[in-house]
Design a binder for this molecule. Structure first.
Ligand code: PLP
Length: 405
């Protein structure tokens, strides 16, 4: 029971894929940090859009175009409300977190980089929050973290220099689960006059996010990690900063006037939305937000917190387990190794029992280097997971242990 009104079975019933069998076993899907499954409302919204509502947005005079435009712009307002943005035009739709960060890195560098530019990142960033800055020409200044996966604030303070252009940090680590103290990070960066980009890919589906309360300048996330479709994401930016940045891509919709001599740009947010967006996916994202709000974000956090606690307890009791990421504030991610076994072997054997986990470096190679390991096995939980599934994982690990020796 999630709370007095919504039962776990009601929630699971909304996810048809959870009834799937894999290798003759009921699917136990514990790869939610990679992507969450989709509720019926999202699947049906996509189906309905392509059956009855497909049209290109903004420019059309006809009925379908007007309806699609309204539905698309409505989701912008839903996202604004979800993350507490001041204006809906601060919400830019992208393909996902990766594109959102590339957008900011490219435009921000054009506007503010001088040739000697440093970006402070946490040592636990996803490659998506490292490589775009390197491509933009920045030198990375990583903030170290403790064995438990907690950022070293004293060390961070030392990294600021006159060349620091931006702090780019994940709200929650996809490998360690650590929830970083974004407000404190923003306060520190702003006291040095440096703006902050937050990679919220692993946060938005797990906790209440309020970009104004956090005070961050940019906040990026992906629809597919929050029960929505693949192919849609969000870049939130503070209006004042977005007005300063040049466009990311050129094309239709982002212009005000084009001649062969000169182009002027459209107002926010359209300046950053060149070309035809993924309208159906944006509409699906709106349904995902409705799903999350229907369950209640506090209820989601409570359910996932319980699973994390229970799984940590169950798996710690097994022999030879090593865990990575024991910060006091964590999302529902459990990274581990079984003795000296390669994570891929563990993942493959678990798959034979219907259990889906992720193995490898999780696009965080610097984290693996920090611990001197090639990768981990990662179980990550969503609101539809159950203690029984944690039991299944623990039992399967116990069963495969002799095979791994
Ligand atoms: N940042 C973090 C922390 C992630 O976990 C991920 C995906 O795993 C990304 C960025 C990239 O997200 P996407 O592949 O949806 O663009």
């Amino acid at each position: 029971m999630i709370d007095g009104t919504i039962g776990m079975q009601d929630i699971r019933n909304q996810f048809p894929i959870l009834d799937t069998e894999v290798h003759g076993h009921p699917l136990v899907y514990l790869d939610n940090a990679a992507t969450t499954q989709k509720p019926v409302a999202v699947i049906e919204a996509l189906d309905k859009y392509y059956r009855c509502g497909n049209a290109n947005i903004h420019r059309g005079a006809h009925h379908l175009a007007a309806e699609a435009t309204e539905a698309y712009e409505n989701v912008r307002r839903q996202v604004q409300a979800l993350i507490g943005a001041r204006h809906s035009h601060e919400i830019v739709f992208t393909r996902g977190t990766t594109e959102s960060i590339n957008l900011v890195a490219s435009s921000f560098a054009k506007r503010y980089f001088t040739g000697e530019d440093e970006v402070i990142v946490s040592g636990m960033e996803h490659h998506s929050n490292i490589v775009p800055w390197q491509l933009a020409g920045a030198t990375m200044r990583p903030v170290p973290f403790s064995d438990d996966g907690v950022l070293d604030f004293k060390a961070m303070e030392q990294l600021f220099s006159p060349r620091t252009r931006l702090v780019a940090v994940c709200h929650a680590s996809n490998t360690l689960g650590t929830i970083n103290p974004i407000k404190e990070i923003v306060d520190m960066a702003h006291s040095h006059g440096v703006p902050v980009l937050v990679d919220g890919a692993q946060a938005v589906s797990h906790m209440k996010v309020d970009v104004q309360a956090l005070g961050c300048d940019f906040y990026c996330f992906s629809g597919h990690k929050m029960y929505g479709p693949m192919g849609v994401g969000v870049m939130y930016g503070r209006e004042e900063l977005l007005n300063e940045l040049p466009p990311y891509q050129g094309g239709g919709e982002m212009i005000s006037e084009v001649t062969f001599e000169r182009t002027t740009y459209n107002e926010l947010p359209f300046k950053f939305e060149a070309g035809t967006p993924s309208v159906g996916d944006v509409i699906g994202l709106g349904k995902a937000i409705e799903f999350m709000l229907g369950v209640g974000i506090d209820n989601i956090a409570a359910q996932e917190g319980d699973l994390l606690h229970y799984a940590t307890e169950r798996l710690t009791a097994l022999p030879g387990m090593r865990f990575f990421g024991r910060a006091p504030h964590k999302t529902s991610v459990l990274s581990f190794l079984v003795g000296t076994s390669h994570p891929y072997d563990v993942g493959t054997l678990l798959d034979q029992m219907g259990i889906a986990v992720r193995t490898g470096h999780h696009c965080t190679q610097p984290v693996m280097d920090r611990y001197g390991i090639p990768g981990t096995v990662r179980a990550s939980f969503a609101v539809y997971n159950t203690r029984a599934e944690v039991d299944a994982l623990a039992a399967a690990l116990e069963r495969i242990m002799p095979m791994l020796e």
